[in-house]
Design a binder for this molecule. Structure first.
Ligand SMILES: Nc1ncnc2c1ncn2[C@@H]1O[C@H](COP(=O)(O)OP(=O)(O)OP(=O)(O)O)[C@@H](O)[C@H]1O
Length: 297
């Protein structure tokens, strides 16, 4: 899937501007951003619930806006405008069989039985966790190539969360891709290969997590004075600054950089595990009002 220069304004307010990225089949990608940053709007555009003001979305080399057949490749349930509520699982099965020609009815019936749902049950009468499970089952059984999952872990207990993750891992396979918007960064981190950070109406960062883990370091440091060395300030994203304890992320860490910092003879210099939550905070936390003083080499 190629998303090219997508822009959307809603009520005179720009929500997405010149947003571009590509999604390969078999990738599991996280879409992360602060509340109101436009994640659901992006999903609605890809699912054609909204039309973009500018830009294009291509699947298999064809624009989804001109070649309606490409819709088959995309699965999205809009949690905020969920039409499933009024229907039984039996009726919902019928809708999705019509919408997706490759819908796997046998797998649907097998999973419904495995999780002890009844086809006659109304969707709205299921608990929130079970509704999410049904959504994941529909996503898997649709056989769509690109699954857009909006907050799939929201409000789930640990056991259901593990079920949802297990189901996805078991059934996604080699030829399908998931774009998952979630504030549950700990769960997301164990699932995704890539994280797209949405900020200022566009994809602000595209992290390939394996690569990022090789090059980035989270370091906790204490210096003799309260001033942050310029090299730290310039080359890191500060996570916290409490008393004299500085915790920072260096995205391009190197031995030379380490030597330059150690030149300031830190009292403490310790590497800490780097998480997706750290990247979220480092990139998306508002800058502190009062800038710290610095010294240079
Ligand atoms: N139908 C709409 N009418 C008016 N404003 C809208 C509409 N849809 C989205 N917006 C606005 O667009 C912005 C992005 O909203 P969106 O729901 O896409 O964000 P989000 O990243 O999914 O947020 P969250 O993480 O809180 O779910 C918000 O400011 C929202 O108020």
């Amino acid at each position: 899937m190629i998303i090219n220069d997508l822009s959307k304004t809603i009520n005179q307010k720009p929500v997405l501007k010149n947003l571009s990225f590509q999604l390969a089949p078999s990738e599991i990608v996280g879409l992360i951003g602060r509340n109101g940053s436009g994640k659901t709007t992006l999903f609605r555009l890809i699912a054609e619930h909204y039309l973009p003001d500018a830009g294009d979305i291509q699947v298999n080399g064809r624009s989804i806006f001109t070649d309606k057949h490409q819709k088959q490749a995309i699965f999205f349930i809009d949690e905020k405008e969920n039409f499933l509520r009024a229907y039984s699982l039996q009726r919902i099965l019928g809708f999705y069989q019509k919408a997706y020609i490759d819908f796997d009815e046998n797998l649907f019936l097998q999973l419904i039985q495995q999780y002890q749902f009844r086809l006659s049950s109304l969707y709205r009468q299921l608990s929130k966790g079970n509704q999410r499970l049904v959504q994941i089952i529909l996503a898997i059984c649709s056989n769509a190539t690109y699954l857009l999952l909006d907050e799939p872990f929201d409000g789930l207990d640990v056991i259901v969360k593990k079920e949802v993750i297990g189901l996805m891992m078991e059934h996604l396979g080699e030829h399908r891709s998931a774009l998952i918007a979630s504030h549950n960064l700990n769960e997301l981190e164990n699932l995704i290969d890539r994280a797209l950070l949405l900020k200022d109406h566009t994809i602000f960062k595209d992290y390939h997590l394996e690569e990022m883990r090789q090059h980035a370091r989270k370091i906790q440091m204490v210096f003799k004075t309260k001033k942050v060395p310029l090299v730290v300030k310039e080359q890191s994203k500060l996570l916290s600054f409490q008393g004299r304890v500085i915790t920072a992320i260096f995205e391009s860490y190197s031995e030379e950089l380490e030597q330059a910092i150690k030149h300031f003879e830190p009292l403490l210099y310790e590497e800490l595990p780097l998480s997706l939550e750290d990247l979220f905070e480092a990139n998306l936390k508002p800058k502190p009002h009062r800038l710290q003083k610095e010294v240079s080499l």
